[in-house]
Design a protein around this ligand. Structure first.
Ligand code: NDP
Ligand code: HSE
Length: 429
């Protein structure tokens, strides 16, 4: 057992960082045994130095994160500041000074993961980021390491806790969108700017990271098709309920049947109540991974929040500290294939479309013809009339997204169609 401690710089001490510091202190003895050397919190970089931080020695606090990394005694940096800058420069500085990094920063990893992995490799250091995807759930390392001998073909899951919390509240208690978002923010689930959550950017960043790992290719944030959940209404939930479904914000990553391309998308979708993802409540996340030999695996657990996320960070800290003692590094980026990411138009799935139409003879036939003309086959139609107008709910069989878009464009041009109230994909059947 080495007695000289490994020194840790904590960059950021907010929702996640404060829990990392607390667990490092309260579990110090166990961490020492598991690593084979003590780990010591040697400095804590923050923005507001005068803020009271329970359990943290004020002498450790600094606003100069760069100086902390450059002072020469730091072994491992934990980046839990978030955002692109200064996080990116600080991580690069850490590598340049021989420091391995643990980060929870999905926004940065999705945008600049390739460059950061290259910098880590160049300097012979580790870059670990289990906490960046799905909070406490061990997912990144199982996919990078445990499934490294298999071939992953599909990943589908709920990877954002805030939006799952909001959708669950809207569905189960009839809560309003803003009320549920405020509660998620107060509980520490939301990003500094919750637009990242509700508009699907956070889930898209996680999708890009997971797609890269799953398919051993580079998937950029811009490659991920993204729709947020701000348009999901009480009427959508009512319609979903009539179909025996609920609504979730899903991330879906697929390898094409010929293996020559992949797709990556994030959008709200109706899923049957019988599907395991339908029972994922509050800020929990769940991810299905389908691998050729392993079959279907499901990963489930708390997807956001200080302590759950700190658990993932601490797991990485132990792994990186062990590597450091062994003078080794863990696996780096594995992006040896260059699979193109197909556009959303190529994705094939089912759709639920709500239309407001005139309630008169021939309208249904006109609508059905429009679907047929675009090669989209109708599964069910439900019509409800009111005062000369009617609402029409069409559920399709599987069709290409481009065909559905063409259908909707044509429907909007019909005189008898007053409006397209909502379009939602149907998944998980
Ligand atoms: P917070 O906003 O709660 O904390 C951010 C911390 O960074 C604060 O301590 C802040 O200082 C500090 N900080 C901000 N700017 C600087 C700077 N320029 N120099 C030094 N310190 C700075 O964020 P979270 O803890 O919620 O999130 C941190 C990271 O973890 C993000 O990447 C997030 O996406 C990720 N994450 C968060 C999860 C969650 O559930 N919250 C779950 C999974 C990942 P001060 O305290 O003085 O304001
Ligand atoms: N804001 C994120 C979420 C934090 O709600 O999922 C966890 O990554």
């Amino acid at each position: 057992m080495r007695t000289r401690p490994l020194k840790v710089a904590l960059l950021g001490c907010g929702v996640v960082g404060s829990e990392v510091a607390r667990i490092m202190t309260t579990h110090a003895d166990d961490l020492t045994q598991r690593i084979g050397a003590p780990v010591e919190l040697a400095g804590v970089a923050v923005r507001r130095p005068s803020k009271i931080r329970e359990g943290i020695d004020p002498a450790l606090i600094t606003t100069d994160a760069t100086a902390l990394l450059k002072r020469g005694d730091i072994d491992i940096a934990i980046e839990v500041i978030g955002g692109i800058e200064p996080a990116r420069t600080l991580i690069t500085t850490a590598f340049e000074h021989g420091i391995s990094v643990v980060s929870a920063n999905k926004a940065l990893l999705a945008q600049d993961g390739a460059a950061l992995h290259a910098a880590a490799e160049q300097h012979g250091r580790d870059l670990y980021y289990e906490a960046a995807v799905a909070g406490a759930i061990p997912l990144v390392r199982p996919m990078r390491e445990s499934l490294a001998g298999d071939k992953i073909n599909r990943v589908m899951g709920i990877v954002n806790g805030t939006t799952n919390f909001i959708l669950d509240k809207m569905d189960s208690t009839g809560a309003g969108y803003q009320e549920a978002l405020d509660e998620a923010t107060a509980l520490g689930y939301a990003e500094a700017d919750p637009t990242a959550d509700v508009e699907g950017y956070d889930a898209a960043a996680k999708a890009a990271i997971l797609a890269g790992i799953a398919f051993h290719t580079r998937v950029r944030l811009d490659d991920v098709y993204r729709e947020g959940m701000t348009e999901v209404s009480a009427a959508d939930f009512a319609s979903a309920k009539r179909m025996g479904c609920t609504i979730k914000l899903l991330a879906i990553l697929e390898r094409a049947a010929d293996g020559e391309s992949v797709t990556a998308r994030v959008h709200p979708a109706m899923i049957p109540l019988s599907h395991p993802l339908a029972s994922v409540r509050e800020a929990y996340n769940a991810v299905f991974v389908e691998a050729e030999a392993a079959g279907r695996l499901m990963f489930y657990g708390p997807g956001a929040g200080g302590a759950p996320t700190a658990s993932a960070v601490l797991g990485d800290l132990v792994a990186v500290a062990r590597n450091k003692l062994a003078e080794a590094t863990g696996p780096g980026e594995s992006a040896y294939t260059q699979l193109p990411v197909s556009p959303m138009g190529d994705v094939v799935t089912r759709y639920h479309i709500s239309l407001d139409v005139a309630d008169k003879p021939g309208v249904l036939a006109q609508v059905a013809t429009t679907f047929a003309e675009h090669g989209v086959s109708i599964d069910t139609v439900r019509q409800q009339g009111k005062d000369g107008e009617a609402s029409l709910v069409v559920v399709t069989h599987r069709a290409a997204d481009a065909a559905l878009s063409g259908t909707v464009e044509a429907l909007r041009k019909l005189d008898t169609v007053r409006g397209v109230a909502s379009i939602m994909r149907v998944e998980g059947e």
